[in-house]
Design a protein around this ligand. Structure first.
Ligand SMILES: [Ca+2]
Ligand SMILES: [Ca+2]
Ligand SMILES: [Ca+2]
Ligand SMILES: [Ca+2]
Length: 393
């Protein structure tokens, strides 16, 4: 019977212990010699290698002695990477009665916010000679580790830039909105983010920042940088426009080595909402004139830049009371916002008809206009004209 099987039999081994023993390589100073007589003081640890996440990941390592001691054997558990793992407990004590019963310690990942990569970590088991009362040879092993476990701690962080929100909207007539920008992980140097407005609709929007600087001290959401975007007004009925802003790492200015210079640009989409609607403005839109030679005028312009010609017919509701000096006005993409004057004059009569309320109507000539949007403008603009009677009562 081999030494290992002998131990299993002797301690009433259960199947899990048998499996553990079968999978365990000797870690002591001397390997198992094949029978009880050949075993030397040493420590077995399993698993001998494992992998877990820095973020709540743990591994459990079972240990036992190779041989029965005649007093206490105290093992210290330590690591070369206490910044990445914590060990519980830090010591294990075996004695003559429990030496072959596995005792476990737990290795837990130490979480951080850095994209610091996976880390190979060594866990060493050493004999604490000062605390060990055994005299069969364990204290003599204190100079070097009696067990070594290789761990890989998996990083759960990835360099990245967050914009919040990533989609927003502003009115083109000076409307403003903001978004915040921060990093997903702590960098190990300065990270400079360029805010670029270089897309096809860039003219629709102004942006108040061109550069955002993050440092190892100010990188998180709590230290987010704020960017304000403001719509740029125009007179066109151009519909809502999407402006794509690019948050791009300035590689030359960035000192970080944790991955920020490798990032693709982050895109923030700003919808600029059109505020323009076709319309005709006539001012003043209410006039009073004497029927007997009274003269006045109003001006007319379009509210938006048309894409074609817009011909307005000028019509009096009662040419027996008031007439206009223009039959039509023509606007186009060039002169749409230049006011054109329309003169009106009262038409005398001999009736004692008091105040006559008339209208000068400006309506889009469907045949002579080419701008389809203006051809649909309805109702037309109307100027109220109060024609004052000059007959004596
Ligand atoms: Ca982490
Ligand atoms: Ca990390
Ligand atoms: Ca506008
Ligand atoms: Ca517009």
């Amino acid at each position: 019977m081999s030494g290992i099987l002998g131990k299993i039999v002797r301690f009433g081994g259960i199947s899990i212990l048998a499996a553990w023993l079968a999978a365990t390589a000797g870690c002591g100073s001397v390997s198992d010699g094949g029978d009880d007589g050949g075993a030397s003081p040493g420590v077995r640890a399993t698993p001998s290698a494992t992998t877990f996440s820095e973020n709540n990941g743990t591994a459990t390592v079972a240990t036992m002695l190779n041989t029965a001691p005649n007093g206490d054997v105290v093992l210290k558990v330590d690591t070369n990477s206490s910044d990445r793992v914590s060990l519980t407990p830090a010591t294990l004590t075996f004695n003559s009665s429990n030496w072959a019963a596995p005792q476990s310690f737990t290795v837990a990942g130490v979480n951080n916010d850095a994209a610091d990569g996976n880390r190979a970590v060594d866990i060493a088991l050493r004999v604490d000679a000062g605390a060990t009362s055994d005299s069969t040879g364990y204290a003599g092993l204190a100079a070097a580790p009696v067990g070594l476990v290789k761990m890989t701690v998996i990083d759960d962080d990835a360099a990245g830039v967050t914009a919040a929100p990533e989609k927003l909207a502003v009115l083109e007539a000076g409307g403003s909105a903001t978004f915040r920008v921060f990093l997903n992980t702590v960098p190990d140097g300065e990270v400079v983010v360029a805010v670029k407005n270089e897309g096809t609709n860039q003219a629709e929007l102004s942006v108040n920042r061109t550069t955002l600087v993050f440092t190892p001290e100010s990188w998180s959401e709590a230290n987010a940088e704020t960017v304000t975007v403001t719509g740029r007004n125009d007179p066109e009925i151009d519909g809502n426009k999407s402006v794509l802003l690019s948050l791009d790492i300035d590689e030359a200015a960035t000192g970080d080595l944790t991955g920020y210079t490798l990032l693709e640009p982050r895109v923030v989409t700003v919808t600029v909402i059109d505020d323009d609607a076709a319309g005709i403005t006539a001012l003043p839109n209410s006039l009073s004139i004497m029927e007997n030679g009274g003269l006045d005028q109003f001006t007319v312009r379009l509210n938006t830049r048309p894409t074609g010609s817009v011909v307005l017919q000028v019509a009096s509701s009662d040419t027996g009371e008031v007439v206009a000096n223009q039959a039509s006005l023509t606007f186009n993409a060039t002169n749409w916002d230049q006011e054109q004057g329309v003169g009106i004059s009262g038409v005398d009569d001999l009736e004692s008809d008091k105040v006559q309320n008339c209208q000068i109507t400006l309506s889009v000539d469907q045949d002579r206009s080419s701008d389809e949007v203006y051809k649909a403008v309805n109702p037309s603009a109307v100027v109220q004209v109060h024609v004052l009677d000059d007959e004596l009562p």
